[in-house]
Design a protein. Sequence first.
Length: 280
Amino acid sequence: MRSIAWVTDSTSTIDPAFARDHHIYIVPLRLILGQETYREGIDVTAEAFYEKMKDEPKVSSSQPPIGEFIELYESLKGRYDDVIAIHCSSELSGTLHSSMQAAEIAEVPVVGIDSRAGAFPLREMIRSGIEWHKQGDTVQMIKEKIQDMVHNMSFYLIPASLHRLHSSGRVSGTQLLLSNLLRIHLLLRFEEGKVIVEEKIRTFKKARQRMLDTLKHEIQMIKKVCIMHANNEAEAEELRKEISGAHPSVKTEVMTFIPVVGVHAGEGTIAMSWIRHYPA
């Protein structure tokens, strides 16, 4: 069986111990709080970051320096038969582009995959790919199956802060003004790697219910649902209990949102994601 190295970024939420055991190499994105810069998942935990973010109006993020990718690919030379690089959505970050550019500079052949998301779906794609490799699938077969997962992914968010989304360019000034005047909540979703406005809803309760209704519509095709939160565990746990009670055959999981999402969507953001079809 050919050996595979997996290259990803910190939006994958892969546990470091799991990564070490499965030849996964994680390059961290950068989190910027005022004048301080942190490597996501290394210099600061998600929980600590959200606490720090409360008192700092200037918050942003950036992709990893290309030099880190070049150094990583140089270190992988001759150690693996194949390398798969799978990263967060190329529509929201230049991380995949930097990774592939670095591989070219290091002269390492790499199969690149755009997850069109991050967090739970990206993690599931990597975990599934590892299992397919164990079953004897080739790199090309693994890529095709992961791309099938990408097309069968659902990812919805109720952002806590439209101010953060506006400052990052993801919500227009008009949408921000209207939401403030009318107290509108936005239900967002990932589509082709972009975050778009699915619906404008008057109350958080109705936005939450709309998200649950969407899940219910697809529930027959789902095995697992992940509820993500940006320092809003109580609400996430309530959602988990409600889903488990209504659909006991579906596995549920609560995950603290990667700080990169919190930077743009704000502390308190709630999201849900699931994959309708896992290839065999």
